[in-house]
Design a binder for this molecule. Structure first.
Ligand code: CDP
Length: 237
């Protein structure tokens, strides 16, 4: 805990990286960055750098996983060993399995799965550089990559976190705020339908903070949705 900041918010109400409490980190989205994937996206959210690749619909392996009624959506989140300060051991770990599962459940509901029975749609998210909020960055990138692959969807999924530092709610936590803050609540939603598909909570918020924080996170997701939409429109026009 040696590099824990004394204060997260200064007298002017600004955070360690100079942001307002309800401000997202700079977001950059590039569509179609990988030649061999059916759909792909490179995304930067502050210091986070992630790539999402989508393959499919394609024949599912192993075959016994196939579903006669609909496609199977698979999601693998992976953090590169060089993406964090302390080298991460390569390969799957408990955290990766958890993030993959919740991300798949966050994205799955928008895919029109009945269009492609007996197939799979495989989503791979590789975190190249991590600075908190990598699951939210990954979900945002995966959603754009799915659209780039031409997968029929009800809408794009957008994701961001809200948290608490110095007893104050803040949007889109950076690493220090995530590691040493009082709460972290990532959400994902279908922004155009106001439907939440992921809500996790680490730490503690009062009922009022929860309600206000949820509103903040929803407005963050709606801003991200606009950037996702613009990136796709720009890529195809
Ligand atoms: O990245 P996200 O906020 O979705 O997940 P987390 O489990 O709350 O992790 C927060 C942050 O801790 C990550 O984004 C990384 O910056 C950092 N971390 C790390 O340094 N080493 C790990 N093995 C895992 C996470």
């Amino acid at each position: 805990m040696s590099d824990m900041p004394e204060k997260f918010i200064n007298e002017e109400g600004l955070r360690l990286d100079g942001r307002q409490v309800n401000e997202l980190r700079p977001l950059k989205i590039e569509v179609g960055v990988l030649k061999r994937a059916d759909g792909s996206c490179y995304l930067e959210l502050g210091q986070n750098k992630v790539v999402a690749a989508v393959y499919g619909p394609r024949e599912i392996h192993p075959r016994h996983l196939q579903n006669a009624m609909e496609t199977v959506v698979r999601y693998r989140y992976n953090m590169a060993s060089f993406s964090v300060d302390e080298r991460k051991r390569p390969g799957p770990d408990r955290r990766g399995v958890e993030v993959s599962k919740v991300s798949r459940e966050a994205i799955g509901p928008v895919v029109l799965k009945e269009y492609y029975p007996r197939s799979s749609i495989d989503i791979f998210v590789e975190v190249l550089q991590a600075d908190a909020g990598t699951r939210t960055a990954g979900i945002n990138a995966a959603s754009v990559a799915l659209a780039d692959a031409g997968i029929p969807m009800k809408g794009l999924v957008s994701s961001c976190a809200v948290g608490k530092v110095d007893d104050t709610l803040v949007l889109d936590l950076m690493k220090e705020e995530d590691n040493y803050g009082q709460a972290d609540m990532p959400i994902a939603m279908v922004a155009k339908e106001d439907k939440i598909t992921l809500l996790q909570m680490d730490g503690h918020l009062t009922n009022d903070e929860f309600k206000k924080g949820l509103e903040m996170a929803i407005s963050g997701c709606k801003k991200i949705y606009e950037v996702q939409k613009k990136a796709l429109i720009d890529a195809y026009s």
